[in-house]
Design a protein around this ligand. Structure first.
Ligand SMILES: Cc1cc2nc3c(=O)[nH]c(=O)nc-3n(C[C@H](O)[C@H](O)[C@H](O)COP(=O)(O)OP(=O)(O)OC[C@H]3O[C@@H](n4cnc5c(N)ncnc54)[C@H](O)[C@@H]3O)c2cc1C
Length: 386
């Protein structure tokens, strides 16, 4: 499938030189697909190693919660691309599926509605009783009603995802990785698009893609002025390694409130969340890493300036939910961090702005940026063929 895609892209598009500014997952997927389409890629990153949202996230490729229609279709396309890329690069891709766990009757009733949604089959939904879940995941031995399984959901490993993709791309002589290089100026000339870094390096190419994540200021500030976009801060953690393996990624019933897939279901019947979960718009997401630890989260903070400290109460809340689902005391949390993503606030799935012919800013994928990254990049490369 992917080979067909690249042949198709290469055939229709004129091969050209491309600069990609931003080494997060959306920038890196642009580099990957531009190379596949035969372009020469200079990939520039401010930090020596990227340290923004793309390495702070869960690594979830989450199809289950996407809004019906365009967003779901984009997520399904992205999932196909992830499957192919995951078979070719060392990124820890696994088609593990997810379980959204109902811990009360109201959530269980909503899962029963979810399985009847017109696109439930397209999403790979299955409704599982508590005993069925427990037989699949012995770790989930707690007190709950059942789960919605989504067989399409998948996961990758943020600790080595970007490096794995770059290692594979480096085998292609058309790929140049330029880390530790902060772009501070952009100019369009007759000869093409030029950028200059803070230490005076200059780069030019036929096309340029700016993928700066949550950096809405700096030399791109004018283009972001008044744009329907905001930044969101999340708190995350990692538990000590578990002795047992969990094959699925896990979400709690609170996630039903936040994922747009479920927005037309009877959410008004849900009991209120705990005080801290309400204040920080929390849900539990949990995914086990290759080393056995579990990445857990999350909170959502929208008002800037963001707090510079990590609050402890959300971690206590997450551990109490895990204890309920596991049926034993939740594992200790051994690392804590936060992360900020850029989110489109318009009806657009993400923020795309052509600032000059051949120069585009792409960001604002929000909490679905990792999931959608390859499909977002594919939309850019395809737009070059028009
Ligand atoms: C805590 C957390 C959990 C999340 N969990 C998930 C999840 O499980 N699944 C999911 O789908 N999404 C998730 N997301 C969202 C997802 O991580 C983001 O949408 C995605 O990583 C954005 O990728 P990006 O490449 O646009 O941005 P970033 O990862 O922010 O990368 C942008 C890069 O651009 C570089 N840059 C910026 N300005 C310059 C410059 N002037 N010159 C050079 N380089 C520059 C930065 O240094 C940075 O490395 C999560 C986000 C957070 C914060």
């Amino acid at each position: 499938m992917f080979a067909k895609l690249s042949k198709d892209l290469a055939k229709k598009g004129r091969s050209s030189s491309v600069i990609i500014v931003g080494g997060g997952i959306i920038g890196t997927m642009h580099a990957w697909l531009a190379l596949e389409a035969g372009h020469e890629v200079t990939h520039i990153e401010r930090d020596i190693l990227p340290r923004s949202a793309s390495v702070r996230n869960f690594g979830l490729v989450w199809v289950s919660g996407r809004e019906a229609g365009k967003e779901l279709d984009l997520a399904i396309r992205a999932r196909e691309l992830w499957g192919d890329i995951g078979s070719r690069a060392e990124i820890g891709f696994r088609a593990n599926g997810s379980l959204t766990i109902a811990t009360n009757e109201e959530e269980w009733a909503i899962l029963q509605e979810a399985i009847e949604m017109p696109d439930a089959k397209k999403r790979g939904f299955e409704l599982l009783t508590r005993d069925h879940v427990h037989s699949l995941e012995p770790v989930l031995a707690g007190d709950y009603f059942g789960a919605l399984r989504c067989t399409l959901d998948a996961a990758v490993e943020p600790p080595f995802l970007l490096a794995g993709l770059r290692r594979e791309m480096a085998k292609n002589s058309k790929y140049t990785w330029v880390p530790g290089c902060e772009i501070v100026k952009y100019k369009v000339r007759e000869s093409g698009h030029s950028v200059k870094s803070s230490d005076g390096q200059k780069f030019s190419a036929d096309r340029i893609v700016f993928v700066p994540g949550s950096e809405h200021k700096g030399f791109l500030a004018d283009y972001f002025e008044g744009a329907p976009i905001r930044r969101v801060r999340l708190q995350m953690g990692a538990t000590v390694p578990l002795a047992q393996r969990l094959s699925h990624s896990i979400a709690d019933g609170d996630s039903l409130r936040y994922y747009p897939a479920f927005k037309n279901l009877s959410l008004h019947t849900l009991p209120s969340q705990s005080e801290v979960a309400t204040a920080l718009k929390m849900q539990l997401l949990l995914v086990q890493r290759a080393d056995g630890s579990c990445t857990i989260g999350d909170t959502h903070e929208y008002d800037e300036p963001f707090d510079h400290e990590l609050a402890e109460a959300p971690y206590e809340h997450l551990r109490s939910v895990i204890t309920k689902i596991f049926g034993v005391e939740a594992p200790q949390i051994e690392r804590r961090w936060d992360g900020v993503y850029s989110q489109s606030t318009s009806k657009d799935i993400y923020f795309r702005k052509e600032i000059e012919p051949g120069a585009v800013i792409v960001t604002g994928g929000g909490g679905r940026g990792n999931s959608l990254a390859p499909a977002i990049a594919e939309e850019t490369i395809r737009s070059w063929q028009k």
